[in-house]
Ligand binder design. Structure first.
Ligand code: SF4
Length: 298
């Protein structure tokens, strides 16, 4: 159920074998970083909260680097590898074992203190450290709740703890480099990049506090993007200038233009007919087909 994310398949043998990533690995230090920000309603293209500011890979890595340096001052022989959603390790399952939180039916790690609006980072080390032992009392943290499964528009969350990436709005608008299946397009609504629905409805997220991380608070993409401006980006250089340092870069110019066509069609934005008509004649098949689809929705 991993769509075209073949790297997940390629790394399968490493996912549960930290010693294949760092020989002599003895411990893994897990960390979580709150990225929560208040939701702002928008009638333009909506962005998932993790992507309002600077790319979290960069933000987390600079923190992990500092911790790595500190470990090496404790023991100059310390060997380390660190990752934040950038390595093959099965992060959520190890984070659960480390006591960060528990995996919910929406497949996210939920912390008791601040819900699921967190990012994960880890350092694998050859140092034998004192281990945390998570208590068993909060396993099955979801109880009888099924809110995330009920709200998922595409039914990507098809059963508890299982997600089909092929239907997930986050996958379709970010990792997917091809066309978005026609039957799923109307279900995407105004999500231009990513989706937060399965977290927004989660009762464990009620008490979440806004992040204090300056790199997340300082907006690059922000909570929304003007569709007209996205549809008028003509070159990769213009795209880079607008989104350098942002997670939006992951979708690429073609992917984001494709998404903007879908949102424009779903919102029946007749005012964008000139931009869509121009894009429907694009040399790029993905852009031209999605722009034509959007025009047909008017
Ligand atoms: S919405 Fe309910 S079922 Fe889904 S992760 Fe949260 S508590 Fe669990």
């Amino acid at each position: 159920m991993h769509g075209e994310m073949q790297y997940l398949e390629k790394h399968e043998k490493l996912k549960t074998h930290p010693k294949k990533i760092l020989p002599n690995a003895k411990s893994i230090i897990f960390l979580s970083l709150n990225y929560y920000q208040e939701k702002q309603e928008t009638s333009e293209g909506q962005i998932a909260r993790y992507a309002y500011g600077r790319d979290y890979h960069k933000v987390f890595k600079s923190k992990l680097k500092k911790l790595e340096t500190y470990l090496q001052t404790l023991d100059p022989k310390a060997k380390t590898r660190f990752f934040s959603d950038s390595g093959p390790l099965l992060e959520r399952q190890y984070a659960e074992k480390a006591g960060i939180g528990y995996i919910g039916k929406n497949t996210m790690v939920i912390t008791l203190k601040s819900g699921s609006w967190i990012l994960l980072g880890e350092i694998i080390t050859n140092l034998p450290l004192e281990y945390d032992s998570p208590s068993d009392e909060n396993y099955g943290i979801c109880g009888t709740c099924t809110r995330c499964i009920d709200i998922c528009p595409t039914k990507a969350l098809h059963s508890p703890y299982k997600i089909d990436a092929n239907k997930c709005i986050s996958y379709l608008t970010i990792e997917n480099k091809g066309p978005i299946p026609k039957e799923l397009r109307p279900l995407i609504g105004n999500w231009l990049f990513g989706c937060d629905l399965c977290q927004e409805v989660c009762p464990h997220n009620i008490r979440q506090k806004v992040t204090k991380e300056p790199d997340f608070i300082k907006k690059i993409a922000g909570h929304n993007q003007d569709l007209k401006q996205i549809l008028e980006i003509k070159t990769d250089e213009e795209f880079l200038e607008k989104f350098a340092g942002s997670p939006i870069m992951r979708a690429g110019r073609i992917g984001l233009t494709r998404n903007a066509c879908v949102v424009a069609g779903n919102l029946k934005r007749k005012d964008l007919t000139p931009q869509l008509t121009k894009l429907s004649k694009s040399n790029n098949n993905i852009i031209s087909e999605h722009a034509s689809w959007a025009l047909a929705q008017m």
